[in-house]
Write a protein that binds this ligand. Sequence first.
Ligand SMILES: Cc1cc2nc3c(=O)[nH]c(=O)nc-3n(C[C@H](O)[C@H](O)[C@H](O)COP(=O)(O)OP(=O)(O)OC[C@H]3O[C@@H](n4cnc5c(N)ncnc54)[C@H](O)[C@@H]3O)c2cc1C
Length: 396
Amino acid sequence: MRLDTSAELDTFRAEVRSFIHTHAPGRKTHAGVRAPAARLVPELRCWIARLHDAGYLGRSWPTEYGGLADPRPEYAFVVAEELARARAWGQIGAGALASGALLAHGTEEQKRHFLPRLRSGQDLWCQLFSEPEAGSDLAGLRTRARQEGDHFVVDGQKVWTTNAQHADVGYLLARTDPDGPKTRGITAFALDMRSPGVEIRPLREITGTADFNEVFLDGVRVPADRVIGEVGQGWRVAGASLAQERGSVAARSAEMLNDLNGLLELASAPGPAGAPASADAAVRARLGRLAARVHVADLMSKAVQSRMAAGTDEPTDPAMVKVFYSETNLDAVSLGVQLQGLDGLLTEGDDRAVAGGYWQDALLYARAYTIAGGANEVLRTTIAERALGLPREPRS
Ligand SMILES: Cc1cc2nc3c(=O)[nH]c(=O)nc-3n(C[C@H](O)[C@H](O)[C@H](O)COP(=O)(O)OP(=O)(O)OC[C@H]3O[C@@H](n4cnc5c(N)ncnc54)[C@H](O)[C@@H]3O)c2cc1C
């Protein structure tokens, strides 16, 4: 199957594009996966409901929870691409991850409670996985959950929690067996973010915005019926739910195609001495190389989406796409700043900043993609060992 050539997909794409154009509230002014401003959140909750009602999100869910009988996975990728192309908001936070966990491992009661609330935008989720000493080595997490009757009591600290400030529910991983093997002593929970003992402290980033947070958990009581999957099986639950995040690969390459057009405009604009930057052969060569890489990234993403849709994807496919995408993106936005010459020093908030300071902000954010969802260094090891079959590194 090819995702870029079917007339049927083109018709669907046009329908989605028009829907977004007509109904989407606000547009993302910044590059990257950011948390929205608080004032936009009520409108975005309605927009999430609208996307689900139109069959654009949650397509692959079972029909009794609002999914489609014939979900056509490639259509979900088209939706993700069109949202990214329009710089419109989609699902906010960890909703896709959480629904993946609930559908694969949740009880009937949990599915009936949480899935309609997720579809209607009533519940926004955040992902409470990373800790100060457990990012790449997530299995080393130390947040403890000990059972007391029909509750668990949670103590610990999470970090880099995007959207915690807006979230109603946290998809939490905590250690329930401190003495057992690393990955087997972890349990997944749906945590009410308004529970007593949950404290959220914003982290200001290099971009100046505060998209993610530290989350402190001090004696937080979670009812035992909010365990997702079996106690001690949280590692498996988290692994299964990651499959739901796959659409984001499509979205990112669509964003980069947008940026390539922006780069061509910047390079063609008259410079201070009159001639455009593109008059310089070295700039043309760099643009040419970048254009090739951006298109290769897009084709890689489409090839992987096609394999996912056909169920023939390899476990290391997303890692390869992510490493290639994030490093190409970093080069693209760096060029966007360099093409501005001295104006590249102006930033958002300065009236004279080119494109409102978009490229400067995008450059500051671009490093995040080389870290989020698995640092590139770690993903390279995964690719070397699992895709290329190279000998495993000795583990400490
Ligand atoms: C924008 C953004 C949003 C995020 N949102 C969330 C969220 O909502 N929820 C959540 O739980 N987490 C979130 N994260 C956290 C993310 O999952 C972690 O940052 C990531 O897993 C890396 O962990 P770390 O930051 O602890 O870095 P570390 O694991 O400490 O790594 C530091 C450096 O050491 C290198 N390194 C580590 N181990 C190895 C190794 N074995 N081999 C070679 N090099 C190694 C890494 O590549 C990296 O360069 C987010 C991160 C970002 C950037």
